[in-house]
Design a protein around this ligand. Structure first.
Ligand SMILES: Cc1cc2nc3c(=O)[nH]c(=O)nc-3n(C[C@H](O)[C@H](O)[C@H](O)COP(=O)(O)OP(=O)(O)OC[C@H]3O[C@@H](n4cnc5c(N)ncnc54)[C@H](O)[C@@H]3O)c2cc1C
Length: 467
């Protein structure tokens, strides 16, 4: 038997006996400064996640609007679309339903909430918008009815922030009015597009025009006949420094040489008429002035895109998770097996509990990410944005998956919205940038707090997915 000699063993080099003491985070309750010591910078103000007094009535109005104007048209909208003659068009009556709802929303001032601090005077803070977006996420038509749907929101944000007065007049105005729709074209079939430095569709200047050649795929919304403009990521300076090689250029969809090769499928569906299209650009000519911000500044624009537009999906995903949990509980309480309601069988109570806990954790994370953008600015908040995107779609997928399971076969059928909701969330784990890229950003920022190695300290601005 060993005897205790009263000698404390020394820890190996690098470990401290003082393991219970947290690192110095500064006096977090007395300073408004950014608190050091974590990959996710924080300020005092970021602990206040309440909706503003100004926005609170708007949230109530949005909830009432969805109940009165959107829920009643939703089934009818999709029913009409089911047997339409033109697969890549809208059935008679569909757009009328949508346009009526849009007109009512506009009339009530429930419109373009997504543009914080816009010169147009529209838009809420990111934090206030996060509360509203969670409501929009509960219904598949709600975002469009309030002119807050992807990919237009990201495109409008870019145009509003970096567009010239002419570009704004020509494209931003009709987008803000909900008259046209748009697409964002970055991803290419032949290169790993999660690293935008790989983008190789080329744009060459020929006098006063760009001549663009290349191939893009999974371009969401490009199947919709209302889609009139694409923000297109192209290579303009192949020999320049890696982060100055790309530009973003406005390409009207009716330009000669823009060809839709066909729809890409998502879990076997083509999502017509919205679509995620495979495009070929052959000698597409657009005016020199269609470049956004300037030649070689494509990455800078993506930093703008790294802002609010980048977590809109996650804000809406909270609403989708809430809906899945509601359905899970309703089904679990209303159907019996082995003498008990399904909710009371096996581990189902824990499944329900975990779903609620995860939703509240995600909600806090999304609100904090939104507040970080309001408080720190988009650039400083970028690691928060990545953290939110790394967390939310994955966990929402799990909640929807469990809701399907509790429904039995009906869960994956056309009798519930769950299968569609699942694929939409699963898709986000790629379409909104692969999970791994977001974890890479957060992980690297965390390492940067512990190392002097240059490679670990480089900002994450060098890696992004333009989705
Ligand atoms: C439904 C849908 C809609 C889309 N809509 C659009 C759109 O409108 N416009 C558009 O331009 N694109 C769109 N995309 C494309 C999407 O943005 C890309 O698929 C995404 O950026 C990844 O690019 P990639 O497919 O080339 O994957 P790749 O770059 O080839 O990456 C493949 C895999 O490599 C791994 N990986 C990559 N980087 C890292 C890393 N740093 N660390 C660890 N692993 C890593 C990940 O597992 C990743 O999934 C859409 C995609 C889908 C599915």
């Amino acid at each position: 038997m060993r005897r205790y000699l009263g000698i404390e063993p020394a820890p190996p080099p690098g470990l401290s006996l003082d393991s219970g003491t947290p690192r110095d985070f500064g006096d977090i309750h007395s300073t408004g400064a950014v608190m050091p010591g974590t990959a996710l910078p924080s300020t005092d103000a970021m602990f206040n996640l309440a909706m503003s007094e100004k926005a609170r009535p708007l949230l109530d109005q949005v909830v009432a609007f969805i109940a009165k104007h959107v829920e009643p048209i939703t089934d009818e909208f999709f029913r009409l679309g089911r047997n339409r003659a033109d697969h890549w068009g809208w059935a008679p009556g569909q757009l009328e339903l949508l346009d009526d709802a849009k007109a009512s929303a506009k009339e009530q001032g429930l419109w373009n909430f997504f543009l914080p601090d816009a010169g147009t005077g529209e838009g809420l803070s990111n934090l206030d918008y996060a509360y509203i977006a969670a409501e929009l996420g509960k219904n598949p038509l709600a975002s469009e009815c309030l002119n807050c749907s992807a990919p237009d929101t990201g495109n409008m944000e870019v145009l509003e922030r970096v567009g010239t007065p002419q570009q704004k007049e020509r494209w931003l105005k009709p987008l803000l009015n909900g008259e046209i729709r748009s697409a964002y074209a970055m991803t290419e079939p032949d290169v790993a597009s999660s690293d935008a430095k790989n983008i190789r569709a080329e744009a060459l200047l020929d006098g006063e025009e760009w001549v663009i050649n290349g191939e893009k795929y999974y371009i969401s919304g490009a199947g919709d006949p209302r889609c009139k403009i694409m923000i297109t990521m192209v290579q303009t300076s192949p020999d320049g420094p890696p982060h100055r090689r790309q530009s973003q250029i406005l390409v009207p969809t009716d330009t000669e040489g823009v060809e839709i090769v066909g729809p890409m499928h998502v879990f076997g569906h083509d999502d017509a008429p919205h679509g995620h299209m495979h495009l070929r650009l052959t000698n597409v000519r657009v005016p020199k002035d269609n470049v956004l911000l300037g030649i070689g500044r494509g990455f800078e624009i993506s930093q703008v895109r790294l802002g609010p537009g980048r977590i809109h999906h996650c804000m809406r995903s909270i609403g989708a998770a809430e809906r899945a949990l509601d359905l899970m509980v309703e089904r679990g309480l209303s159907r019996e097996a082995f003498g008990k309601p399904i909710a009371h069988l096996g581990k189902n109570m824990e499944v329900i509990s975990r779903a609620r806990i995860d939703i509240e954790a995600m909600r806090m994370m999304v609100l904090k990410g939104a507040k970080a953008m309001d408080e720190l600015g988009n650039a400083e908040a970028r690691v928060w944005v990545s953290a939110v995107k790394a967390m939310v779609p994955e966990r929402v997928c799990t909640i929807i998956d469990q809701a399907m399971q509790i429904h039995g076969a009906t869960g994956i059928s056309q009798w519930t919205p769950l299968a569609g909701m699942y694929t939409a969330q699963r898709t986000l784990r790629l379409a909104d940038g692969p999970d791994e890229v977001h974890h890479y950003v957060v992980g690297r920022a965390e390492l940067a707090n512990h190392t002097t190695s240059e490679s670990d300290r480089v900002g994450d601005g060098r890696i992004f997915s333009g989705a």
